[in-house]
Design a protein around this ligand. Sequence first.
Ligand SMILES: CC(C)(COP(=O)(O)OP(=O)(O)OC[C@H]1O[C@@H](n2cnc3c(N)ncnc32)[C@H](O)[C@@H]1OP(=O)(O)O)[C@@H](O)C(=O)NCCC(=O)NCCS
Length: 188
Amino acid sequence: MLPVITTERLRLRPLSRADLDDFHEYCKVKGVGESAGWIHHSSLAESRFVLNRLLSATTQSIFALELRASGKMIGTIGIKDILGVGSVFRPLFGFEIGYVLSKDYWGQGLMPEAVGKVLRYCFAVLNAKALYLDIFEGNDRSMGVAKKLGFAFIGKDVEPTKFASGTFLVNHFMLSRDEWSRNKQGVV
Ligand SMILES: CC(C)(COP(=O)(O)OP(=O)(O)OC[C@H]1O[C@@H](n2cnc3c(N)ncnc32)[C@H](O)[C@@H]1OP(=O)(O)O)[C@@H](O)C(=O)NCCC(=O)NCCS
């Protein structure tokens, strides 16, 4: 079970069924999911289906990001078990991090603030040796988050997507625990 973690502006706590309305509010906006590999939602029923699927996933744990000032849920951070440890893009035991923020709150440094704390949780509590981020080519905002937190680019390859094009160029980023300990970037 994920803990509750607080940052200056956010409260991170386990995602729940009660988040449906706030979840739908940002998942229906075009351009949010498309940056992360999924198509924006076209109905509340679709958001309910996706939320239920996320909540029943056995290979990932998901934090909901709640604004401390209002209690509104404005995004998520997922910690995903990785398969194929030892492969070229996954050399060490660890987790893949995925994040999404409501478009209304982009550009305020909220995601680096939240992910910084999640890094510490993964390294110090879950004992990860490394964390990984996969970012689509052209997603400069997410690349900005990766760089702020000290992730290093380790290579790119082509992966399947749900979009008509069928594939996308993906940039692989990694942060090792050793590197994180040296820099303690993103840790407040
Ligand atoms: C990626 C995302 C989480 C960034 O969160 P955020 O809280 O807005 O992050 P920041 O405020 O730190 O901005 C990140 C970086 O984006 C870049 N950025 C900000 N505004 C920008 C703009 N108008 N155009 C291009 N890049 C911009 C900057 O590099 C910025 O870093 P800086 O503040 O040092 O300049 C958010 O945009 C999002 O949820 N996008 C949709 C889903 C997604 O892409 N998920 C990640 C999949 S890998």
